[in-house]
Write a protein that binds this ligand. Structure first.
Ligand SMILES: [Zn+2]
Length: 231
């Protein structure tokens, strides 16, 4: 085990035991290094790893903001991590589509009709009404799906959807080049979005899940298979 991993293991133990919790301050770098008999460099390295994982925030200087505080921001951290992995690998579009269906049909069925993200979703649809530029439309489209999924109130699902947003925009943009008539597809997508949002807002979970599934798979069938599924 490398020495910074000793520090990480110690912090994990403290968290699991409830000695450290969100809002707790870590011991000062020098004290922690002495206590664990490691170098201060190892402590700093461990803290940088935890920062990247969204688990601590490091304040500089003195005063109440100074020191390293346990913050825990799983949605942001998981989102950033997944986005990087999506960017780094050639993930097949068919697999992204399946994952969307899995996450979004579940989220649509479990959405709460008074979730604060639903008015956001409605605003995005209003902006898409007037939007004729393809990539701008697709960016709003992906944000609509993230907002819709957030209505289920599951932080992990929200983070995963947020992390997939860039990948969704990317494949939709590539596949749109295969479509014979973007204007008519865009109009169909607008109508489908409106009925998905209406079903979620009415608390009709069965219809909402079926509509969002058909919306995601329908676009992929129309645009993806036209190209022999090579996308
Ligand atoms: Zn859509």
């Amino acid at each position: 085990m490398r020495t910074h991993q000793l520090v990480l293991a110690w912090i994990e133990e403290q968290l699991a035991a409830g000695v450290l919790a969100v809002g707790s301050r870590l011991p000062a770098e020098r004290a922690l290094a002495e206590q664990l008999a490691v170098s201060r460099t190892s402590v700093r390295e461990a803290i940088r790893v935890l920062e990247a994982m969204g688990l601590v925030r490091s304040g500089v200087g003195s005063g109440p903001e100074a020191g390293t505080v346990i913050t825990s921001d799983p949605a942001a951290a998981l989102g950033a991590t997944l986005r990087l992995h999506v960017a780094a690998s050639q993930l097949p579009v068919a697999d992204i589509v399946q994952t969307r269906v899995l996450l979004e049909s579940w989220a649509a069925a479990h959405a709460s009709a008074d979730a604060p993200s639903l008015p956001v979703a409605a605003q995005l649809l209003a902006r898409m009404e007037a939007c004729t530029e393809v990539d701008a439309f697709l960016a709003l489209d992906a944000r609509f799906h993230v907002a819709l999924a957030e209505a289920a109130g599951n932080a992990v699902v929200s983070a995963m959807m947020g992390s997939l947003r860039g990948a969704i925009e990317g494949y939709a943009s590539r596949l749109t080049a295969n479509l014979p008539d973007w204007a008519s597809t865009a109009q169909r997508l607008r109508l489908e979005h409106a009925s998905i949002l209406a079903a979620v807002s009415a608390g009709d979970s069965t219809a909402a899940a079926a509509l969002v599934t058909e919306h995601i798979e329908g676009f992929y069938r129309e645009a993806g298979l036209r190209h022999g599924g090579a996308n």
